[in-house]
Unconditional design. Structure first.
Length: 430
């Protein structure tokens, strides 16, 4: 979805640093991330950014009377049209601030939804963003401001006349949500068929996850030779991408690059993207890519782990952690991290840009995915020719003899191969 802006919107970023809201993140780093989010949305000209320290959030206007007047003068002097508030802004607060300042207000959830709308490329991604946006808009009246005289794509949070306006009537939005869900269910069935087809291969699936801008897409491109859009920008990748990859030991895997996570990811997006992110929960190995050069890398890692838990990732799924972007560190920092990585299990230091550490990482993937095998004896009737052929195609049959009832087949297989076979053919064998 392009946004088609000819004239940039003058924007300002505010981070409310509220004392009553405990956060392990510093206000300065939080503001820097909010600014990066603003830069990720095309058509904005950032006029400035400010941390606003508050003893508590004002229920009606978020900020106190004096601070509202001070910021209003600042915005007027910079000809600001849009204020991005890095945090939750209630519908009442939004309406009051827009009236006092004469600007459009967009909170963190609205901004992230706008970015996702701009980046969605696949049919499923577009539908998921539309659903998330409607769920968000259902809680508030989003009005187009007549002083922003320009056309714009996206969701209609930022631009002016000419945009599609979501009906304020909640019943109409609910009807749209039902319609979108039906379309999404159809796309989901197609994705499920693709997943079933991959299970028949059966190649192990390795999913790359991590905080947005951790370098997943650059790593993906380096290993697969693909040309996935990779840029030093938040949410550079939105739609999941998969490629086959041969490991050094000759094993074939499917490598999956997923959307980056972020702290305070809107609940509407987590719900809408659950189907896409099921690729992660179906993975045989999860690779957590971390930007080890980022000052808040530990906090980012915790956010990723929290979202993985929300998605229901099984505890027994093996994980490897990559401390990426080592090319951004000095020698002293690298040496200290090497000592830490050596004491940890399944942690590797890499640079997706230079390729340092990737061979060692791929060898670790090979070892992790080289599964133990067990022997089983199956009895297939003479009418189960397809199932028998499937076992032979996988090269897992070690012996076979004919009986009065059918084929007695001895197989040496992995737990994954056994599960796939039983899931697909057990009903037929009963």
């Amino acid at each position: 979805m392009g946004n088609g802006l000819d004239i940039e919107t003058h924007a300002w970023v505010l981070h409310p640093d509220i004392k009553t809201d405990y956060s392990p993140r510093s206000a300065v780093d939080a503001l820097a991330e909010a600014v990066a989010l603003a830069h990720a949305l095309p058509g904005l000209s950032l006029m400035g950014e400010t941390v606003v320290r508050l003893p508590r959030a004002h229920p009606g206007k978020l900020f106190g009377k004096g601070k509202i007047a001070e910021l209003g003068d600042l915005f007027k002097g910079a000809d600001v049209e849009l204020v991005l508030v890095d945090g939750h802004v209630s519908p009442v607060q939004q309406r009051n601030l827009e009236k006092d300042w004469g600007v459009k207000i967009l909170d963190r959830t609205g901004l992230i939804l706008e970015i996702f709308s701009d980046r969605a490329r696949t049919r499923e991604g577009v539908l998921q963003v539309e659903m998330a946006a409607l769920s968000y808009q259902r809680t508030r009246l989003v009005r187009a401001w007549t002083h922003l005289e320009r056309q714009r794509g996206g969701l209609g949070f930022v631009g002016g006349p000419g945009e599609t306006q979501v009906e304020s009537d909640k019943r109409a939005i609910d009807i749209q949500l039902v319609r979108l869900q039906k379309q999404l269910d159809k796309v989901g069935k197609t994705r499920k068929l693709h997943r079933t087809a991959r299970a028949k291969v059966p190649y192990p699936i390795v999913a790359l996850v991590g905080y947005t801008n951790a370098g997943k897409s650059t790593l993906f491109n380096h290993m697969t030779g693909a040309k996935v859009f990779a840029k030093d920008m938040l949410f550079a990748t939105l739609d999941p991408t998969m490629r086959a990859l041969e490991l050094p030991n000759g094993m074939d895997i499917i490598l999956s690059d997923t959307v980056g996570f972020i702290s305070d990811l809107p609940t509407e997006l987590v719900a809408s993207f659950r189907a896409t992110l099921e690729e992660v929960t179906a993975a045989d190995l999860v690779v957590h890519v971390r930007d080890i050069s980022h000052p808040e890398t530990l906090e980012q890692a915790k956010d990723v782990e929290t979202i993985l838990e929300t998605l229901g990732l099984a505890q027994d799924v093996p994980k490897i952690e990559l401390w990426n972007k080592t090319d951004m560190l000095d020698e002293g920092a690298i040496e200290a991290l090497i000592n830490s990585a050596e004491r940890a299990e399944n942690v590797f230091m890499t640079s997706a840009l230079t390729g340092v550490g990737i061979p060692e990482f791929l060898r670790a993937v090979s070892l992790t995915l080289t599964p133990d095998k067990s022997s089983s004896e199956l009895l297939l009737s003479y009418s189960e020719g397809k199932q028998r052929a499937r076992l032979f195609d996988q090269g897992i049959v070690t012996a076979e003899r004919q009986t009065d009832d059918g084929f007695a087949i001895t197989v040496l297989w992995t737990a994954r191969q056994k599960k796939v076979f039983m899931d697909q053919y057990l009903p037929k064998l009963d």
